[in-house]
Design a protein around this ligand. Structure first.
Ligand SMILES: [Zn+2]
Length: 350
């Protein structure tokens, strides 16, 4: 479990409730003092209950006062000098959103339960959201006065498991290397398949280059020939399988691919609509879906030229990317994959 402390202020509590809250803080001081004094001189039993307490507070407040006094009292006299915070346990307060969108906290006091809007600043938005969604546990509520403000605090516990947190994996296809993939995290394991490592991939490239030099997009596939085509198809099967295995190691992976329709301007594959890469993507989508991994397509504009860290348009020197602005250095295809992982995508179905 992760615990987050939330502290904020009530938004313009009415004069009436401020008066009642103020009164309660004084009664609580008297009540706690009476308890510790009673325990100290032996006139009160340590098993005292709210039924033994005579004050106008809701029993939820009395209960919490007994607990607080018990933890303060350690066989030594205790002197409560100031107003005491209004405290109730987790079951005796509420938080919800009103029809007009205000977030209110409700707790009992003397005459009634009071529901009062709170300020929700950015730093407490997440735990508040989790509470409202029912995805978190709350603890004891404390309410006290600080100058002209009424403050409120409590702790929100989340479950540790990060289910719901997705890891976008950017997949770059057909730049220097055939396949480059990484999450948006330079320290995470990346995936890079070069022609140097794999004979069949070298063959893949060579045959592509030769054929594409001579043929237009539609004729390219025919020109490569059936035998070569099957080689490429085999390579695509192997590569897509390995890519999906790679992505599976991450928490809730989402594979992000470039939308290849009509792109690769300025690339050596421009104009061919990159059928081998298109096919590789299709295999990735198919295998990812079978593995229960979501796939999205993103706008490929400048993914290989922008710095993934600062967004500067930088260009590349073959396989090396170095940003002239922030100095980020990474394999150019992995920088592109990082850019891909960062972009908003459209879900795609095979
Ligand atoms: Zn940069």
């Amino acid at each position: 479990m992760v615990e987050v402390s939330v502290e904020t202020t009530f938004r313009n509590p009415s004069h009436t409730r401020q008066k009642e809250w103020q009164r309660a803080t004084h009664i609580l001081r008297e009540c706690k003092q009476w308890l510790v004094d009673g325990w100290n001189d032996g006139s009160l039993s340590s098993s005292i209950t709210t039924g033994d307490i005579e004050n106008p507070l809701y029993s939820a407040l009395q209960n919490q006062a007994i607990r607080a006094a018990k933890s303060d009292y350690d066989d030594e006299p205790v002197e409560y000098t100031g107003e005491q915070p209004i405290e109730v346990n987790n079951q005796n307060w509420e938080i919800h959103t009103t029809e007009n969108g205000s977030i209110v906290i409700g707790f009992p006091c003397i005459s009634d339960w009071w529901y009062t809007p709170i300020h929700v600043y950015d730093d407490i938005e997440d735990p508040i959201e989790a509470l409202l969604d029912g995805d978190a546990e709350k603890t004891k509520l404390s309410v006290w006065r600080e100058g002209d403000d009424w403050k409120v605090s409590f702790t929100v516990s989340y479950s540790d498991d990060t289910s719901g947190e997705e890891t976008p994996i950017g997949v770059d296809v057909g730049h220097n290397y055939i396949l480059a993939a990484t999450p948006d995290d330079a320290s995470a394991e990346s995936f890079l398949v070069s022609g140097k490592e794999y004979k069949f991939v070298r063959r893949y490239y060579r045959s592509l280059r030769e054929s594409l030099q001579q043929a237009g997009a539609l004729r390219a596939r025919n020109h490569v020939g059936n035998k070569e085509y099957r080689r490429i198809q085999d390579a695509n099967h192997t590569l897509s399988k390995r890519l999906v295995e790679y992505a599976s190691q991450f928490e809730n992976p989402v594979i992000k691919l470039e939308d290849l329709e009509g792109i690769r301007d300025g690339s050596e594959w421009h104009g061919v609509h990159s059928w081998p890469f298109y096919e590789l993507q299709q295999f990735i989508i198919y295998k990812a879906e079978k593995a229960g991994i979501r796939v999205e397509k993103i706008d490929p504009q400048n993914t290989s030229q922008e710095c993934s860290q600062c967004g500067e348009y930088a260009g590349r020197d073959r396989s090396r990317f170095e940003c002239p602005s922030c100095g980020y250095v990474r394999h150019a295809d992995l920088n592109a994959a990082e850019n891909i992982s960062q972009r908003e995508g459209e879900p795609c179905t095979a």
